[in-house]
Design a protein around this ligand. Structure first.
Ligand SMILES: [Zn+2]
Length: 327
């Protein structure tokens, strides 16, 4: 039998990888597909890499921009089994990595607020969350694994077309228009983070300074209408494209011509659309203004986890007084 697990003895930090563990019985010279290190055997490494995963559509299809919902469910199983626990982007930049010693943080982000991420099923007066939507899958998984908390980061578009605005609940006939606010509140109540993805997925390179600020400020205003006072401090840069003046992404203001009110915003974390796993926030080279992400499609997630395992390069929470991350 071909063994894919590592032969491990000792406590956290003691790693013994024998020939067998490297992928075969003696005499089997094939190179291993993966060296899977049981989470408990990982050496602490709070300067290690943290995957920031990026999902778009969740549904039936599997493609570059769409994750089949059953595969999304398997992604959560895979991450959990490989010793990862979710944290939000906000936690990442604030170094609040409340993951148990020996385990690794993963950040799971959802862009564009499409219906497959969070859908209600309605029958008469009963409203329930679609178990095949990302939020439904996450909740079912968390029910089986209480240590898997609500820690996704949802980068929403309050005013986009094509059903993307707030999970498809804007401007659609009848009562559905009323549901965008409950959904945002439910996400926050579950522990998830809300993130600014602009009003309608603007290409900042084509906008005036005023337009950039309007897009960010009005998106914040829309979230604030649903969850008053919510600190919307993470920005997923649409298409990964900066405005000419990058500072406008970090902070700015916009005066509402109707009310005369000035809306100010501050962004603490900017998510890019690609770039591989993120550096640890304790690494001096970590840049909260350019957090790279990994798009999840096909077998990319498993390949990534295998690569991190092979190189032992993932962030692993330390124990005791050596621990850098706040609990
Ligand atoms: Zn997007």
């Amino acid at each position: 039998m071909r063994l894919r697990g590592a032969a491990v003895c000792g406590m956290i930090g003691a790693i013994v990888i024998g020939a067998t563990a490297l992928g075969g019985t003696e005499g089997d010279q094939r190179r291993p597909q993966a060296v899977r290190i049981p989470p408990a055997a990982r050496a602490p490494n709070e300067l290690g890499l943290i995957p920031v995963l990026e999902y778009h559509l969740i549904g039936e299809r599997e493609s570059r921009w769409s994750r089949n919902w059953e595969r999304f469910a398997r992604d959560l199983e895979l991450l959990h089994a490989r010793g990862y626990r979710p944290i939000t982007v906000r936690q990442l930049v604030r170094r609040e990595i409340d993951v148990a010693p020996g385990l690794s943080p993963v950040v799971i982000t959802f862009d564009d607020a499409s219906p497959g991420q969070f859908r209600y099923l309605v029958q008469g007066d009963s409203v329930r969350t679609d178990p095949t939507s990302a939020v439904g899958i996450w909740r079912a998984f968390a029910a089986r694994h209480p240590e898997w908390k609500g820690r996704g980061t949802f980068c929403v578009l309050p005013a986009a077309d094509s059903g993307h605005a707030f999970f498809g609940d804007k401007g659609i006939q009848g009562q559905r228009t009323a549901w965008r606010f409950p959904k945002l509140r439910e996400l926050v109540a579950d522990g998830h983070e809300l993130c600014n993805h602009t009003l309608w997925h603007s290409n900042f390179s084509r906008m005036s300074a005023r337009g950039v600020q309007e897009q960010i400020a009005r998106a914040q205003l829309a979230v604030d209408s649903a969850v008053p006072g919510y600190p919307l401090r993470t920005m997923a840069l649409p298409l990964g494209i900066w405005p000419k003046n990058r500072e406008l992404v970090k902070s700015g203001s916009w005066k509402d011509p109707k009310s005369g009110e000035t809306i100010r915003y501050t962004i603490d974390a900017v998510l890019m659309v690609s770039g591989g796993p993120s550096k640890s926030p304790f690494d001096p080279a970590f840049d909260s203004n350019r957090i790279p992400r990994i798009q999840v499609f096909g077998d990319e997630l498993e390949k990534l986890l295998n690569q991190l395992d092979r190189r032992m390069s993932m962030y692993v929470v330390d124990t005791g007084r050596n621990r850098l991350s706040r609990k």
